[in-house]
Design a protein around this ligand. Structure first.
Ligand code: NAP
Length: 254
């Protein structure tokens, strides 16, 4: 049985990595999709792939930390498919790693805009559309960094991603009575272009793998399956949570 049959979903950061695999999985599970990222060719290829297998998807190209793009995503879901049930607000950027005194104010704002302001704007426009449908499910992509593990050199990334957990809790309590669930997913090291930018030498990769209890990085499909669970009615009593899907990086000391 398709777990998202009849559902309409937004997936941001769908041109690569976790967002791409989640969009593919959502489509296989019957959702009609509005997909977003800044790279048009990658999004067009995803839409063509989904349509080739009988699914429905439309691309909205642009920076999801800008209000007009966040609004267009929702408007497109309504105009093209008739409403909005699910939103996976997934875009992220680490910024350049380094000590706090080397982080410029512009670099700080850039990371907060991408990771946190985009999520606020997503919720701002998505929730009214979900209320029209009588409920919905929002998932934000946070991380273990800044939640269970202090990772040196990532002040803006950690602060912005920890902010998503606060946003999740407030929105979940604000809209739970109106049948909107809001959760954050916290991946461990994941084998995507972002993950590989950190695990960029055999030694760095071995080090990162060794931090996890499972002694490997996740495949993006493994994160996508947990997003599907949170987004779908299978997680009907789960809201306001920060769900670690982190291969045990948070509990490993050896
Ligand atoms: P990725 O493969 O680099 O994908 C990042 C995606 O975000 C791309 O599709 C990128 O597309 C999009 N994006 C970035 N900024 C954007 C913007 N301003 N507007 C629209 N799209 C934007 O990395 P990933 O690992 O899948 O990352 C997905 C999420 O997981 C991020 O939030 C990341 O922080 C989080 N995460 C990753 C890891 C890991 O180890 N990989 C661990 C924990 C959490 P365009 O470049 O085409 O815009």
């Amino acid at each position: 049985m398709e777990r998202l049959n009849g559902k309409i979903a937004i997936v941001t950061g769908a041109s690569s990595g976790i967002g791409l695999e989640t969009a593919r999985l959502f489509a296989r599970e019957g959702a009609r999709l509005v997909v977003n990222a800044r790279r048009e060719a990658e999004l067009d290829a995803l839409v063509a792939e989904i349509e080739a297998t009988g699914g429905e998807a439309v691309a909205v190209v642009g920076d999801a930390s800008e209000a007009d793009v966040a609004e267009t995503l929702v408007r497109t879901a309504i105009e093209r498919f008739g409403g909005l049930d699910i939103a996976f607000n997934n875009i992220g950027a680490t910024g350049d790693p380094g000590p706090v005194f080397d982080v410029s104010i512009d670099a700080w704002h850039a990371v907060l805009d991408t990771n946190l302001t985009s999520a606020f704007l997503g919720a701002k426009y998505q929730i009214p559309a979900m209320l029209e449908r009588g409920g919905g499910s929002i998932v934000f992509t946070s991380t273990f960094v800044g939640h269970t593990v202090g990772f040196p050199g990532m002040v803006a990334y950690a602060a912005s991603k920890a902010g998503l957990v606060g946003l999740t809790q407030v929105l979940a309590s604000e809209f739970g009575a109106r049948n909107i669930r809001v959760n954050a997913i916290l991946p461990g090291g994941t084998d995507t272009p972002m993950g590989r930018a950190t695990a960029n030498t055999p030694e760095a990769r071995a080090f990162i793998e060794g931090l996890h209890a499972l002694k490997r990085m996740a495949k993006p499909e493994e994160i996508a399956r947990s997003v599907l669970h949170l987004a779908s009615d299978e997680a009907s009593f789960t809201t306001g949570t920060a769900v670690l899907v982190d291969g045990g990086v948070s509990i490993t000391r050896t």
